[in-house]
Design a protein around this ligand. Structure first.
Ligand code: UTP
Length: 293
């Protein structure tokens, strides 16, 4: 498989589960500790060797573009005040000139449509897709693990990250059927969107990270709307699976669905507990809240 150089970050959704917080601010800018969700996910992609970051944005999302640009006045002020550490932090997070592209999804017609909006920026090469409201806490990151698994396959293939979910929750996810193993990955025999527990082929759910071949754009081009009146990525993957192999990778690390309130709050606690500067104080606060002190 050729090197995966480009990643798509779809950030054009409405974030209705987080209203009113997301009325004027994009969900992807909500902070987990002191970094916006989108920054955590861009860090993961950068750690996996991604060179070009493609953001599919929408109206009211221009602050995401600003986040990945210089903040000239702030930099001047920090410089005048001798805040070297803060300046270093800002410049570390800044993408290299020309390595970030932004395109707009004019209407939120679904994840599949958001991916299709990036077709010209991706071109005809395999690419990564990362949903910014899913965080995976692990080093190496989830995408790095997937790219390593892709490198071990001798064919052009699509790979999705999967993780175990309790049987009574499979109806909330896209669930895969498990075929023979190939290195750390396994062949996917079927994909079922939101199955009943009794019909689910496994308890392995698709988890917000994908490596896809460019032929997915040809499928999305012709695809009509599916569930919820949206153009669904899973429908396009199902169609592509008729002509190309799909593999699943059970990644190492804990995932957080930061599109849900509980997932987002849990991510904040877990990431704070991992930080040398916050962990002890965070533990104390948690104990106090739980009535331990
Ligand atoms: P979600 O399914 O979480 O949808 O999208 P959402 O609109 O952000 O949130 P809720 O459900 O209304 O609370 C997963 C990712 O796909 C993007 C979102 O921005 C999010 O990062 N997305 C979704 C798009 O870019 N366009 C769409 O049309 C839908």
């Amino acid at each position: 498989m050729p090197k995966i150089r480009k990643a798509i970050f779809p950030v054009a959704g409405l974030g209705t589960r987080f209203l009113p917080a997301t009325k004027a601010m994009p969900k992807e800018m909500l902070p987990v500790v002191d970094r916006p969700l989108i920054q955590h996910v861009v860090d993961e992609a950068r750690g996996a060797g991604i060179e070009h970051f493609i953001f599919v944005t929408g109206r009211n999302k221009s602050v995401i573009e600003d986040h990945f640009d210089r903040q000239f006045e702030l930099e001047v002020t920090l410089n005048e005040r001798g805040k070297k550490n803060d300046l270093a932090l800002l410049s570390h997070d800044l993408p290299e000139a020309g390595s970030a592209s932004f395109t707009r999804q004019q209407s939120p017609l679904g994840l599949g449509h958001a991916v299709w909006c990036a077709r010209e920026l991706v071109g005809r090469e395999p690419f990564a897709l990362l949903l910014p409201d899913v965080l995976v806490q692990h080093d190496p990151g989830c995408l790095a693990q997937m790219i390593a698994a892709a490198g071990a396959l001798e064919e052009r293939a699509n790979i999705v990250a999967v993780e175990e979910v309790p049987k009574d929750r499979v109806h909330m996810y896209g669930v895969v059927g498990v075929g023979p193993s190939k290195g750390k990955a396994f062949g996917i025999t079927q994909m079922v969107e939101k199955p009943k527990a009794a019909d689910a082929p496994s308890n392995l759910a698709i988890t917000g990270r994908y490596i896809l071949q460019p032929e997915i754009f040809d499928v999305l081009e012709k695809q009509s709307t599916g569930a919820g009146g949206e153009i669904q990525l899973t429908d396009a993957m199902l169609a592509l699976a008729k002509s190309q192999p799909f593999y699943g990778l059970k990644f190492e690390g804990r995932s957080f669905d930061c599109g849900s309130k509980i997932g987002f709050l849990a991510a904040n606690m877990s990431y704070a507990l991992e930080r040398d500067d916050l962990s002890a104080a965070m533990r104390e606060e948690m104990q106090r809240l739980m009535g331990g002190k």
